[in-house]
Design a binder for this molecule. Structure first.
Ligand SMILES: [Zn+2]
Length: 286
């Protein structure tokens, strides 16, 4: 690229002699700082949207060869692929943007479903938990605050309720998922206990990032495809994840299927708890 040529032949950052497009001392790419804006924009698009072939290669392997991408990283073959964190962030951004645009997460899908959210506050007041009456400690106060807020929430007009639920979901779910990732990796590591395959925590984390990236892509598709296809997609995603678990950790089938199932159950329960907690926070603190 002509604009990459360094007029001086020396690195502008550390003044080392250059012998290629990158400085061998500090790693800075040799580029003319006064290159035109269009050129800078082009580089930005290519590098940050990963149109350099890496993203297509990464996505192709992620989708077509379940678990293989994580295995490649585990064996140290990284440079050809998009970094797992970047892949995770890009796919989650895509997913939540589509959800936000389509309004899929929000309004009617959720507002009426959760019995706690639409609790009319009636029968509940009479059947107060006796344990709460006896206990006036911190837990009881927290429980009362939550109940109070839930009742206040129930009295809100439905459009306002929907707005709150929607805001809560779009604000909290991405964060909940992001902070759930390290726990996912812990679960994976526990499930691989004493397996003869090398698996340190970072490997498990990379696997988690890849699996979540696939889930984000699947959820994005579900949001835009008709409902009937959506069901099949969920099934396909579950099978894909099981295959990925097996292949990423080189497990025989007999060792893979129940571990994948256990992982789904553990992680599923944890997510339900975490998202419920996020909902409660939304309701309590609006
Ligand atoms: Zn340098």
């Amino acid at each position: 690229m002509p604009s990459d040529a360094q007029p001086t032949g020396r690195c502008l950052n550390c003044d080392a002699a250059l012998a290629g497009p990158y400085c061998s001392e500090c790693g800075q790419r040799a580029r003319d700082p006064s290159r035109p804006l269009l050129e800078i924009l082009r580089e930005f698009v290519v590098e940050s949207l990963l149109l350099d072939g890496r993203l297509t290669r990464t996505l192709g392997m992620l989708l077509r060869h379940p678990g293989q991408l994580s295995a490649e990283f585990r064996h140290g073959r990284r440079a050809r692929f998009t970094s797992p964190l970047r892949l995770y962030l890009a796919t989650s951004l895509l997913c939540f943007s589509v959800f936000a645009i389509r309004g899929c997460v929000a309004p009617d899908a959720f507002a009426g479903d959760d019995p706690m959210l639409v609790d009319d506050g009636g029968p509940d007041e009479d059947e107060a938990d006796p344990a709460l009456d006896r206990d006036t400690g911190l837990m009881a106060r927290v429980a009362w605050t939550i109940r109070d807020s839930a009742q206040q929430f129930a009295r809100l007009p439905p459009p306002e309720q929907r707005k709150r639920v929607y805001t809560g979901l779009t604000n909290h779910v991405p964060r909940v998922l992001f902070f759930a990732m390290p726990v996912f990796a812990v679960f994976v590591q526990l499930l691989l206990w004493r397996r003869p395959v090398r698996h340190n925590y970072v490997d498990c984390l990379v696997f988690g990032l890849h699996v979540h990236a696939l889930w984000f892509l699947s959820a994005t598709l579900e949001a835009v495809l008709p409902e009937a296809v959506g069901g099949l997609l969920v099934l396909a995603t579950m099978i894909h994840t099981t295959l990925a678990f097996r292949s990423a950790w080189e497990l025989p089938w007999s060792a893979a299927w129940w571990r994948a199932l256990a992982l789904a159950l553990l992680y599923g329960c944890m997510l339900v708890l975490a998202v419920s907690a996020a909902f409660l926070l939304t309701i309590v603190y609006g």
